[in-house]
Design a protein around this ligand. Structure first.
Ligand code: NAD
Ligand code: UPG
Length: 439
């Protein structure tokens, strides 16, 4: 089977690579020439564990190709995925300009039947717009080539993308023709052999499923952050509460970790986009408005603890930040909570020195990137710092030598944004310790 994947970012590159791994002939397309040329040389545009080996292996086998020429990529293909970005517009709605530009190009270049599948996260009704855009482009050419549209939202998590794609819990596909369903069944058969289903449904339901999934997960996180804040006031320990409620199978133990607010390229933008869809349809999504509000406030909570500890006097104090990416195992800095903490520290005249195992290059591209120092390793960041602020729970930060930390810091103070340290042990060692949802 031959397919084309348009957009070679996190989703497009992982999708194309994993499909080529099971034997599909894949061409990945991007308008970014530099990205495509680098990929041909085996240089990855993103950090994603396991991706590089898989790309190189399948490129060598010629089952995975890279091009900037969309027209060439769809020659002889049965299916094309649209996997370009859908960033938030000014009003919070998903900006569809990249998706529709690709649809238009497909309409201008297709020569045979194709299933056009949106893999990007797009609001309900987008497949209809994609269909209309392709029809318009075909009619401008005076052509009538049959095609189907479908929706196949992606649920991979950054940092675990290969595993999530290769071993999906489920694959959601919205279709409106038997032919499209047959082609997508055939494409995904290798991923269903261990019992994980492809759930076929109508297209609007598939489009909505993606937003509902992310909104539900974001809601759990904001809910737990609220409970954590209450625990601090009530003298309870949110870690215990999490275990206590997570063992109820109706609740489940995943995505119940309180911290410094959710970030990344998906939850913040998708919650906003769903709120906007609600507004457009005359329905106020009150829960999601609260989810967002709680998240924004949560990103500032650790900074407030820092200010309180130093009695508001942080000017010229030096803070060591461990972790910059929005979560471990990725270099993605989009909506990273680290940026909020760093910005606040800098605004109050503090100095910041950061260490991240992977994301420092990405951080340097950010507008705050020049305003901070970067350390060689996690201990180097601590020299002469007044406190350690743990922001991203990378494995390398999980069991450090607290003796060394104590020696290096000017004052033994730890702000643990992810509750990964044992506060009792640290306090016994003489540290001032601040976590989330614990006193
Ligand atoms: N990042 C994730 O973890 C994730 C997971 C699930 C779903 N999604 C959704 O998938 C979509 C893509 O996200 P991403 O993080 O992969 O984005 P990304 O920004 O990493 O990649 C998008 C790519 O599309 C390319 N592109 C833009 N216009 C193009 C065009 N006309 N032709 C060819 N290429 C073009 C860009 O150059 C870029 O390389 C979004 O809708 C996102 O919400 C993302
Ligand atoms: O218990 C938890 C779990 C996560 N987070 C935070 O939530 C954010 C998102 O984490 P995660 O979901 O692991 O990463 P993403 O790569 O953004 O993946 C989400 O967004 C993707 C894009 O839509 C979806 O495909 C995935 O299913 C969905 O999990 C990060 O800031 C995490 O630190 C918490 O604070 N507490």
């Amino acid at each position: 089977m031959k397919i084309s994947v348009v957009g070679t970012g996190y989703v497009g590159l992982v999708t194309g690579t994993c499909l080529s791994e099971v034997g599909v002939e894949v061409t990945c397309v991007d308008i970014n020439t530099e990205k495509i040329e680098s990929l041909k040389k085996g240089i990855m545009p993103i950090y994603e564990p396991g991706l590089e080996e898989m790309v190189i292996r399948n490129y060598k086998r010629q089952r995975l190709n890279f091009t900037t020429d969309l027209g060439e990529s769809i020659q002889g293909a049965e299916l094309v995925f649209i996997a370009v970005g859908t960033p938030p517009g000014e009003d919070g709605s998903a900006d569809l300009k990249y998706v529709l530009a690709v649809a238009d190009e497909i309409g201008r270049k297709m020569t045979d039947y194709l299933v056009i599948v949106t893999k990007s996260t797009v609001p309900v009704g987008t497949a209809k717009k994609v269909k209309k855009t392709i029809e318009d482009a075909l009619s401008a050419r005076g052509k009538s080539i049959p095609f189907d549209v479908a929706s196949n939202p992606e649920f991979l998590k950054e940092g675990a993308a290969i595993d999530d794609f290769m071993k999906p819990d489920r694959i959601v596909v919205g279709v409106e023709s038997e032919k499209a369903q047959e082609i997508l069944s055939r494409l995904y058969k290798p991923f269903t052999l261990n019992g994980h289903p492809v759930i076929f449904m109508d297209i609007p339901s598939a489009e909505m499923t993606k937003y509902a999934a992310n909104a539900m997960l974001a809601t759990r996180i904001s809910f737990m952050n609220e409970i954590a804040n209450l625990c601090e006031l009530a003298g309870a320990d949110v870690n215990m509460v999490r275990k206590g409620i997570g063992s109820d199978p109706r609740i489940g133990s995943k995505f119940l970790y309180s911290g410094i607010g959710y970030g990344g390229s998906c939850f913040p933008k998708d919650v906003k986009a769903l709120i906007k869809t609600g507004k457009e349809l005359g329905h106020e999504l009150k829960i999601l408005e609260a989810v967002e509000e709680v998240n924004e406030a949560q990103k500032e909570k650790m900074f407030e603890k820092i200010l309180r500890h130093f009695k508001g006097e942080i000017q010229e104090k030096r803070f060591a930040i461990w972790g910059l990416s929005f979560k471990p195992n990725t270099d993605d800095m989009r909506e990273a909570p680290s940026l909020v903490i760093i910005e606040k520290l800098l605004k109050h005249g503090a100095q910041v020195v950061a260490y991240d195992p992977v994301a420092m290059n990405e951080a340097k591209k950010h507008y705050l990137g020049d305003s901070i120092e970067y350390a060689r390793d996690e201990y180097d960041a601590l020299a002469d710092a007044d406190a350690l602020v743990l922001v991203t729970e990378w494995a390398v930060f999980r069991a450090p030598s607290f003796k060394v930390i104590k020696k290096l810091l000017k004052q033994p103070v730890i702000f643990d944004g992810r509750n990964i340290y044992d506060r009792k042990e640290l306090r016994e060692m003489g540290f001032a310790y601040y976590g989330v949802g614990v006193v």
